[in-house]
Design a protein around this ligand. Sequence first.
Ligand SMILES: *Cc1c(COP(=O)(O)O)cnc(C)c1O
Length: 385
Amino acid sequence: MNGLDQFPRRCWAEIDLAALERNLNAIKNALPPRIRYIAVVKADAYGHGMHQTVARLMQAGIDMYGVANVAEAATIREIGGSGWSILILGATLREEAQFLFEYDLIPTLSSVEEVRFLDDLAEKRDANLRVHIKVDTGMGRLGIWHEDADELFEAMRTAKRLKLDGIYTHFSHAETDVEFTERQRRRFMTAITRVNWINPAELLIHADNSAGLTSFSRESAYNAVRIGLLQFGITPYAQSLFAKVPTNPIFSFKTRISLVKRLPAGTEVSYGRTCRLKRESRVAILCAGYGDGIPRSLSNKGFALIQGKRCPYLGRVTMDQTIIDVTDLEVSPQAGDEACLIGFQDGGEIKVEQFARWAGTISWEILCSITKRVPRIYKTSIATG
Ligand SMILES: *Cc1c(COP(=O)(O)O)cnc(C)c1O
């Protein structure tokens, strides 16, 4: 990896690729066999590491990759996936367009201008290009607004060098608002039904992200899903199909204790004097802080596992160190002991979703915020069970 490998680890992430594969199989088994699986691996595979995640998924039976941009897609090609379909979920900037051809990528188109620009470019290069059209059914981000979709499909029909390969939409609130999601589904289907020159069965029709599976209908016209978070075993929403898919966490975040000491009652711990000890305390200093991806918003709110028990954060999380209260542990921990920030330890567990809730954010952001300083260590046993 880098020249730092020779040094003992102070803070690291462990990633279980066999569990990733089991999760993928569990999700696929929960869906009808005809449904194609688009594995979303943007943002360094949600912080799990693009190379290892993509390589494992290549053997594990996915149908397509979804990434944010051409640079991420090029990484997949470099890993050796020349035969794989790669959908770019973001809009493609004009300066990026040449790479769609060079790396054989599928862009997402939201406007007539994008269709015309890419069709002209394809013509100039004497090449063809597969594309997906995105319909905005209520997210207000990419995609053509559903009521305006006809003009985009018409431009697509007359494009000479572009081949329509798929149509999709994205949900804004699938995890909790089934009613609004149903409205989005209806808008999507209405927009597609108006296009009389396509045969939806020959295209990829997709809408569902992890949360969308909550209201996924087996009889629907969809023939693909786009799954990110759930394949990493994170199930943030209790009332949903999430709960019925037996996935497991694959990610843990660990550090070490560098010092254990006694502090008298009344001591104000860490920067800003936000935490005053009510009793004489035993504190442990962890070798990780916001420079590693422990959000500063966890100051005075988070917990770390020591000996499998939850020990509260004291005061502000600092760049390289976090202070925790270990007074209540029967046996004092020692400098060098492992502390678990996310994951399992001795019968205790801190889930990513719990960690995120303490920090006032979402699991997606936590995973994306584990920094480069944190080496990712992979477990690569074969998937069983
Ligand atoms: C990130 C993303 C997904 C995956 O979402 P999860 O909630 O992580 O499953 C699906 N579709 C689009 C357009 C995305 O940007």
